[in-house]
Design a protein around this ligand. Structure first.
Ligand SMILES: NC(=O)C1=CN([C@@H]2O[C@H](COP(=O)(O)OP(=O)(O)OC[C@H]3O[C@@H](n4cnc5c(N)ncnc54)[C@H](O)[C@@H]3O)[C@@H](O)[C@H]2O)C=CC1
Ligand SMILES: O=C(O)[C@H](O)CS(=O)(=O)O
Length: 485
């Protein structure tokens, strides 16, 4: 049964200082099911005033939360992790209903999201500084690692669970408190996580979630001096806007922004492995991930065999609601996303690209699109310069390694890149030459909590996950103790 209102973790109110509350004026915004267009429920349409109160609540909670021992914070994070897994099925259903991805992928995202909570519960106990040998006998110099303070967290709709935990878990582990603004398209996942945090015993005010249209909330999160850090995941356009809004109060920044991933297949690649890698990298979440292969570059010797195999697999993909068994491609998140995908495909076809597979039959519903492979893609097409964020696999044919690298690096983005070759020397040469924050050699999947996630150039600042992720929420203090002569 899809009825979200029957789910115990569903909340149609935001949470500030432990109080579940509506907007001051009572206004709400509707949250729709992308598979049907029906309204699932509503959340408060909050703005600057409510956000100000949430920041104040986070500030008040910070004073005691930072004094908890690392072990206490680790234990509370593990309790949160355990509750996530206990409620995995419900969290996954809420996610699929509001975001659209197939339930199997939503279940995978809950496990992925929980892995960040466990990882940073463990990292919490390894936050330490050091003692530097003093240049003079009368002093000692200690290096202290301290929490940044109140953090503003702004997250996108495409991974409404994991993008919350990838930020909130390291923040809490470091001793920070947070004000979270989830995407207005997918707020229920964040609110459900706040319910579980409360049940885990995480004190009121440590995690605050405000919902509503972005500019009012964002203006307060970026302008209020009590917020010492902003962590954002979303488009480069919005990320650079928020960066500018944070400048007057010199906030710490973590930005996970847009991508334009190349996926390069050399003649000597393992053909079946390359096809599998392209399928997972391109079509995960219907192509709506920032690390999706956006341009597939195939060397001429393997081109036709690769296109034939990939097209056959794509033509067999089932399109439908994420709650339906066997669905590979769910609905796109909204009409704007669909419009961009159609615009990219129409532009490519007008410029000489050709459809390489039969389009799948589409079910009833407002935002479905058939997954397709396009051959004859060229760099003058819109889909070469912008991430399509949809199930469209454009194939660019190339002759030489130099040509492939020039195309791959020919973008202002630098998030993820992938390539397939069995030549070890080429593996190192190309891996080191690609200008991206994350590179996959003979794999299309690079998302794990143990590895640093992030981009270079206009794909962002900082790293999430791994041992680096917690540093984003820590300050380093040099503590000089004199008079010891
Ligand atoms: N690098 C990464 O890890 C990721 C990057 N992205 C990128 O984000 C885009 C798709 O995600 P979207 O949610 O559509 O991105 P978006 O940038 O439109 O929205 C992301 C978040 O920012 C908020 N927002 C929008 N305007 C704002 C403003 N003026 N002030 C404060 N908050 C504001 C939205 O409400 C949402 O919560 C794609 O470009 C994708 O590549 C998305 C997910 C992950
Ligand atoms: O929001 C995204 O696109 C995620 O960062 C993708 S991933 O972490 O699942 O790779």
């Amino acid at each position: 049964m899809d009825a979200i209102e029957t789910m115990p973790l569903l909340r149609q109110r935001a949470v500030i200082g432990g109080e579940w509350t509506g907007a001051d004026g009572g206004e709400t915004i509707a949250v729709t099911n992308p598979a049907t267009g029906e309204v699932l429920g509503t959340v408060p349409a909050m703005g600057a005033g409510e956000t100000q109160r949430a920041i104040a609540a986070a500030e008040a909670a910070f004073r005691s939360w930072r004094k908890r021992t690392h072990a206490e914070r680790a234990a509370l994070l593990m309790a949160w992790h355990d509750l996530m897994l206990e409620h995995r099925a419900e969290l996954a259903m809420i996610l699929t209903l509001e975001q659209g991805k197939p339930l199997t992928e939503a279940d995978g995202e809950i496990g992925y999201g929980a892995s960040f909570v466990k990882w940073f519960a463990e990292e919490a106990r390894r936050i330490d500084g050091g003692l530097i040998p003093s240049p003079t006998p009368d002093r000692r110099i200690a290096v202290l690692k301290e929490p940044v303070g109140v953090c503003g967290i702004v997250t996108p709709w495409n991974f409404p669970n994991a993008m919350i935990t990838r930020k909130v878990a390291p923040a809490l582990a470091a001793g920070c408190t947070v004000v979270v603004k989830p995407s207005e398209l997918t707020p229920f996942s964040a609110l459900a996580m706040a319910v579980l945090a409360e049940q885990a015993g995480i004190p009121a005010g440590v995690i605050n979630v405000v919902t509503g249209l972005p500019t009012g909330i964002g203006g307060e999160l970026t302008g209020n001096p009590a917020v010492r850090k902003l962590s954002f995941t979303g488009s480069t356009k919005v990320g650079s806007l928020l960066m500018a809004q944070c400048a007057p109060t010199v906030k710490r920044l973590s930005l996970e922004l847009g991508g334009n991933a190349p996926f390069i297949v050399f003649d000597d690649a393992d053909l079946d492995a390359a096809v599998e890698g392209a399928l997972i990298s391109k079509f995960r979440n219907g192509g709506q991930t920032c690390v999706c292969a956006n341009r597939i570059l195939v060397q001429s010797g393997i081109h036709d065999a690769f296109v034939e195999k990939l097209s056959a697999r794509v033509a067999a993909m089932k399109v439908g609601p994420g709650t339906q068994e066997g669905v590979a491609i769910g609905p796109m998140i909204n009409a704007a996303a669909l419009e961009k995908i159609v615009r990219h495909v129409d532009d490519a076809l007008a410029k000489g690209a050709r459809l390489a597979n039969e389009r799948a039959a589409l079910p009833e519903g407002p935002q479905y699109v058939a997954p397709i492979v396009l051959t004859g893609a060229t760099t003058d097409m819109q889909l070469a310069g912008e991430e399509t964020f949809g199930p469209v696999a454009p194939i660019f044919r190339f002759e030489t390694e130099e040509e492939a690298l020039a195309i791959a690096n020919g973008t202002p983005f630098g998030l993820a890149a992938y390539f397939y070759t069995r030549d070890l020397a080429r593996g190192f040469r190309v891996g080191e030459a690609l200008e991206f924050g994350m590179v996959g050699l003979n794999t299309g999947l690079i998302s794990t909590e143990v590895a640093p996630f992030g981009g270079v150039k206009q794909s962002g600042l900082g790293r999430e996950g791994s041992q680096l992720g917690i540093e984003e929420y820590l300050e380093t203090k040099a503590f000089h103790i004199g008079g010891l002569g």
